[in-house]
Design a protein around this ligand. Structure first.
Ligand code: ADP
Ligand code: ZN
Length: 614
């Protein structure tokens, strides 16, 4: 095949981006704006690329790296990420290397020599390393094709991943004004974008904004009642044996949840900033390299994850904002195949997040910003309409109902909750605005407890006026009242519910209140994604699972032998493609996305033998 000759000499000038995409990477076509970006950067233009996670940013600089003369320098903030990228590039026959603190002096020298003599297509470096005077001199002596600045939002001081070293990257523009630069990020908001342009002096760059939709991710937000049991059911029924991430708010809850999942047979590992560095690194590495590990983590587990086959992200606690939620759920399904974003949400979450804001150190303006962000997220949780439409709308992107979220697949019923809301609010009022939902529900349902008797609440007119609704229903009513702003917890009084300005018109019967009805199926369980999937006709053709398992076993052995993560050998989507089409010849195998010339050469025969050995 032509690949060997292709890599031994420089890429011939006749090579088109599409030709390289198919022969080297094995993909039949470009996605979205990739082709345009590649052409622009290859011809020497600067670019700012805003694309969601999994959108295919890497190819936007990897192809120009092959098409332009010299070595592409890729600035990347995380060492683990670099190693996997380089391993994956080597698999497809691209001459890639990295320079970071894991190399000893001799290894680093060898890489530097290769750079100087033009033997590298791509070189990954950490920003602090790039800024060393010695490194900058080395670059001046070498032929540089382009600079790619990955995770460019790290220049943003207000963002979540600020890296001070990134601020110095504007030096690149000053010292190498003629070398094109491409900055890439999955952070969408305009403020961060402006900061990137400003700090990296990219004002002449062309900006490529992709749709931020992640169509393969299915969004589901369930009503929290027994969060752990709900989570376990979700994992067992929809994601047995899959890799996933479970986010919790506190370190303690991370530890407890991971330990509990383990007792239930899930291969779960904890990850949070309170663990020692070695244990944390070990868990992250296992997640990255092994199949089917579930990491239970605080949001400290984030940017270092470049695993394409994370099949689900579950939230046991509410994030702070839609930005946070979108970023965290975005770690699922980077490979483009179906993935789930699942969250259990209840009144406690609302109260907890509101308390964190009220008790935080910031000034009033700051708190107001946080409250607005939280309210937008609560709006998403309580919405009876398409979740995706709401998410994208938040990022300023219009869309239509997606057909791939809980509300689209199984439209929630709404009910006229005006009467219930009035009863609940009167109960708050009559009991002196000093009690939380648990007690209020007891009063409404007319339950005699020590507290109802002690406070004389069994004598109130509201005692027992809500006996027609069960406890779960009332919990829902209170949660929605708080989420919708009709009541609010007083954090200085242990979350006692109080009335708000918005309560009065409800109490007086001037406005009506509509609420989502909890989806309850037999046995008091909410429907799982699989149950719904079964009901929907759009589910994709099921691949041959026996073949797929065989392929995964083969991949595991191969990955172990080469000490690389399994996905570096082949992505799940490629294995699924093989299992579904069961190719008989090398040519047929080559037609599957993810199998380029080098991988065909290296693994093609073994795969055909595996497929047709029995
Ligand atoms: P990002 O950096 O934007 O998160 P990646 O560059 O890691 O995304 O790409 C995500 C996944 O999509 C990878 O598995 C990659 O192989 C795949 N991919 C990218 N471009 C294409 C394409 N044109 N056709 C098929 N798969 C693609
Ligand atoms: Zn939808």
């Amino acid at each position: 095949m032509c690949l060997i000759s292709l890599r031994n000499i420089a890429v011939p000038p006749t090579s088109s981006p599409l030709h390289l995409l198919t022969t080297v990477f094995g993909h039949p076509a470009f996605r979205g704006a990739q082709a345009e970006i590649v052409t622009h950067v290859t011809s020497g233009g600067d670019a700012l690329v805003l694309m969601p996670t999994g959108g295919g940013k890497s190819l936007c600089y990897q192809l120009p790296a092959l098409l332009r003369d010299g070595t592409a320098l890729v600035v990347s903030p995380l060492i683990a990420l670099m190693q996997d990228q380089v391993a994956a590039l080597k698999q497809v026959g691209v001459r890639a290397a990295f320079l970071n603190s894991t190399l000893d002096g001799r290894e680093a020298n060898a890489v530097e020599r290769a750079l100087r003599s033009g033997e590298l297509d791509l070189l990954y470096v950490a920003p602090e390393r790039l800024m060393m005077p010695r490194m900058l001199e080395l670059l001046e002596e070498s032929r540089i094709a382009l600079f790619a600045i990955d995770e460019a939002h790290c220049v943003s001081q207000w963002g979540h991943d600020f890296r001070p070293e990134y601020l110095q990257l504007s030096v690149l523009h000053e010292r190498f004004p003629d070398i094109p630069r491409i900055a890439l990020t999955a952070t969408a908001d305009p403020q961060t974008r402006d900061e990137i342009v400003l700090r990296l002096a990219l004002d002449k760059a062309r900006v490529f904004v992709s749709s931020f939709d992640r169509p393969n991710i299915r969004y589901t937000i369930v009503d929290k009642n027994e969060a752990r049991a709900q989570l376990l059911r979700f994992i067992q029924e929809d994601h047995a044996g899959d890799a996933g991430i479970v986010y919790c708010l506190s370190r303690k809850k991370v530890d407890e949840t991971a330990a509990w999942l383990k007792t239930q047979g899930v291969r779960a590992l904890p990850y949070h900033a309170g663990m020692d560095t070695a244990a944390r690194a070990k868990h992250q590495a296992r997640f990255q390299q092994e199949d089917g590990i579930v990491v239970v983590a605080t949001i400290a587990f984030g940017m270092g994850i470049d695993k394409p086959d994370v099949r689900f992200v579950a939230h046991l606690d509410l994030p702070k904002s839609i930005e946070g939620y979108y970023q965290e759920t975005g770690r699922a399904g980077r490979d483009g195949t179906p993935a789930d974003a699942w969250m259990a949400y209840g009144l406690g979450d609302v109260v907890q997040q509101q308390r964190m804001i009220d008790m935080s150190e910031g000034g009033e303006v700051f708190k107001r910003v946080l409250r607005t962000k939280l309210d937008a997220l609560l709006g998403l949780c309580e919405s009876a309409g398409c979740r995706r439409v709401r998410l994208l709308d938040y990022f300023g992107e219009p869309s239509v109902a997606c057909g791939n979220c809980d509300n689209c697949l199984d439209p929630p019923q709404t009910w006229d909750a005006t009467d219930a809301a009035r009863k609940a609010l009167s109960c708050i009022y009559r009991t002196g605005q000093r009690f939380g939902a648990v007690h209020l529900i007891d009063v409404l349902r007319g339950k005699t407890t020590d507290r109802t008797t002690q406070w004389g609440h069994n004598k109130l007119t509201v005692f027992g006026i809500g006996a027609d609704l069960d406890e779960a229903m009332w919990r829902n009513v209170f949660r929605q009242l708080v989420a919708l702003g009709y009541a609010r917890p007083d954090h200085e009084a242990y979350g006692a519910l109080q009335l708000t300005d918005a309560s009065r018109p409800v109490l007086k019967g001037e406005v009506s209140v509509e609420m989502r009805r909890v989806v309850v199926v037999k046995g008091g369980k909410e429907k799982t994604a699989k149950a719904r999937r079964g009901a929907s006709s759009s589910s994709a053709a099921q691949p041959n699972t026996a073949l797929l398992d065989k392929l995964k076993d083969w991949r595991y052995v191969e990955a172990q032998a080469q000490s690389v993560p399994a996905f570096v050998i082949f992505h799940d989507s490629t294995l699924a493609g093989i299992a579904a089409t069961n190719p008989k010849t090398l040519d047929a195998l080559a037609g599957i996305s993810g199998i380029g010339a080098k991988k065909l050469d290296r693994y093609g025969k073994a795969i055909l033998e595996l497929l047709h050995s029995t």
